[in-house]
Design a protein around this ligand. Structure first.
Ligand SMILES: Cc1ncc(COP(=O)(O)O)c(C=O)c1O
Length: 507
């Protein structure tokens, strides 16, 4: 016979079970899913036609207040679940940055191929995560297949190389440089770096992404031990200066963990001369890490592949799919030319995860190759779109966006009130609006004006571009990373900058 107390508990739990069953009801998913498909499709259609603001600007505290209010007392809770769901989704869509608006020309984050998000949703709804193969068998298979596809695209022989998928380019740089550190400093993983010998260094492109110096800090090398290698007039690492710097550092007896080259560098999209850099690294017997987070995709284009000539000689390569492969974040690859280095980053025992009864399976376990233990299935979107449309779609998106970078440069060069600050090597371009009134202005005034102008522009919702600095002075920067942008949008951007610029000057 049940005691009074356990009866109460059992009644309480039956109510809990009913609520849980209602939340897990597959028909609810079906109904909400239909609503979601309709809402997303009409939102994207409006964004692609530029019907709303690119950025619906809200002051951050107000946005946080709105989100918190919905947690406490959401009107959605008083409605049927599908209606409540639709209301919340509509609110999310209304408040986000509209990357699919062709007037979005901002960060190195793309207007992603819409169906990629649906493939990712399959992984999210069924919660396919990884650490060991059996937790996410298909997620693992998909990642390894993509690693094979990208590695052979670099030019490496099938089966000879290795790689892993991480949550973003910063973590991919950290992982690749950790591998380089373990290879260069042999027992650093076990003994730490307090060996008392000469301080190890990293040599990097002078404008390498900040994640490189951050990695040096995290890896115990010290962010100040990242020596910046000078650039040529086009913003590319100068192999001659690299050679000199390596000779100098070697003469001091300092171990070199790696040389970090960029393909391309974040500020202006400059591609380093990889063939020459690889030759210098070969002579000095130094690990070459190439951050191709943005530019790796150029390998897929017949027109632009030459920019990456020599990439196949790198020891490690970072390639973000959530940049120029146009899939949603986060999906980044770190690839190693030599297969054995695929396991050199992390040397961890976790007997409860990695099954000694099936040692042959360990190479399929992502957990031995990545910082994350449980890791989101990050490559479903890329694998799905690649399988559906083939590699041509990626080549097309590179060709179209790189061509727009060039077209924008030509337009700026033709206008007497704009200054392009470099020739573009891809779809990144830094420039300034220089109205007649500011032609003779001090550099600082001209730079501050660009930043004020951008603020006005993005808060108007008309376009989205980002601030930058060029030679220490404020500037404007575009990354043309929505393949639906056209040259007409670029003309409209210039007109909008003129209009907001005049308003700013008139106070
Ligand atoms: C060259 C380069 N490397 C690394 C990163 C960092 O990538 P993520 O933002 O995915 O961490 C960026 C970001 O813009 C980048 O441009």
């Amino acid at each position: 016979m049940m005691s009074e107390a356990s009866e109460t508990v059992s009644e309480d739990l039956s109510a809990a079970r009913d609520r849980i069953a209602a939340a897990y009801e597959p028909r609810l998913l079906e109904e909400a899913g239909h609503r979601l498909a309709g809402l997303l499709a009409s939102h994207l259609a409006r964004a692609e036609r530029s019907e709303n603001a690119v950025l619906p600007w809200t002051e951050p505290p107000e946005a946080v207040r709105q989100a918190a209010a919905l947690l406490r007392d959401s009107p959605a809770r008083g409605e049927g679940v599908p209606d409540g769901f639709a209301r919340l989704v509509t609110g999310m869509l209304d408040r986000g940055l509209n990357l699919h608006d062709p007037r979005y020309l901002g960060h190195q984050v793309p207007a992603s191929v819409p169906l990629a998000g649906l493939f990712d949703a399959v992984g999210s709804v069924t919660n396919q995560v990884m650490a060991i193969y059996e937790m996410g068998p298909w997620a693992t298979a998909v990642e390894l297949a993509m690693i094979q596809e990208l590695g052979t695209t670099i030019g490496w022989a099938p089966g000879a190389f290795a790689g892993s998928v991480t949550h973003g380019g910063s973590l991919a740089n950290l992982t690749g440089l950790l591998t380089a550190r373990n290879v260069a400093l042999h027992d650093g993983w076990d003994r730490g770096l307090s060996g008392g010998g000469a301080t190890p260094v990293l040599l990097a492109h002078a404008e390498a992404h900040y994640s490189v110096a951050r990695a040096a800090g995290i890896l115990g090398l010290g962010s100040r031990q990242t020596l910046r290698v000078g650039l040529d007039s086009r913003g590319r690492m100068d192999p001659r200066r690299l050679d000199e710097e390596l000779t100098r550092v070697r003469a001091q007896g300092r171990p070199v963990v790696a040389v970090v080259a960029c393909a391309c560098a974040t500020p202006t999209g400059a591609f380093d001369p990889l063939d020459d850099i690889a030759e210098v690294c070969r002579r000095h017997e130094v690990w070459l890490h190439v951050d191709a987070a943005h530019g790796g995709a150029a390998l897929l284009s017949d027109r632009h592949r030459h920019l990456l000539s020599g990439l196949e000689k790198a020891d490690s390569v970072v390639w973000d799919a959530h940049k120029m492969l146009f899939v949603p974040g986060l999906c980044a690859f770190v690839l190693y030319r030599e297969k054995e280095h695929g396991f050199d980053a992390f040397r961890q025992d976790a007997p409860y995860l990695f099954d000694p009864a099936a040692p042959g399976l360990a190479e399929y376990d992502s957990g031995v190759r990545t910082l994350e233990c449980t890791k989101r299935a990050a490559a479903f979107g890329l694998w799905g779109v690649w399988s559906l449309f083939g590699r041509q779609l990626f080549a097309d998106m590179v060709d179209v966006t790189f061509a727009l970078g060039r077209a924008f440069y030509d337009k700026l060069e033709e206008a007497d009130d704009f200054a392009a600050l470099h020739e573009p090597q891809c779809n990144i371009l830094v420039f300034r609006y220089v109205p007649a009134e500011l032609r003779e202005a001090p550099a600082e005034r001209l730079g501050d004006f660009q930043l004020e102008l951008r603020r006005r522009l993005i808060e108007s919702g008309e376009f989205y571009i980002v601030p930058s600095k060029y030679e220490g002075v404020g500037a404007l920067r575009v990354t043309i990373i929505n393949p639906l942008t056209t040259p007409t949008h670029l003309d409209q951007l210039m007109d909008a900058l003129r209009r907001h610029g005049r308003e700013s000057l008139n106070g």
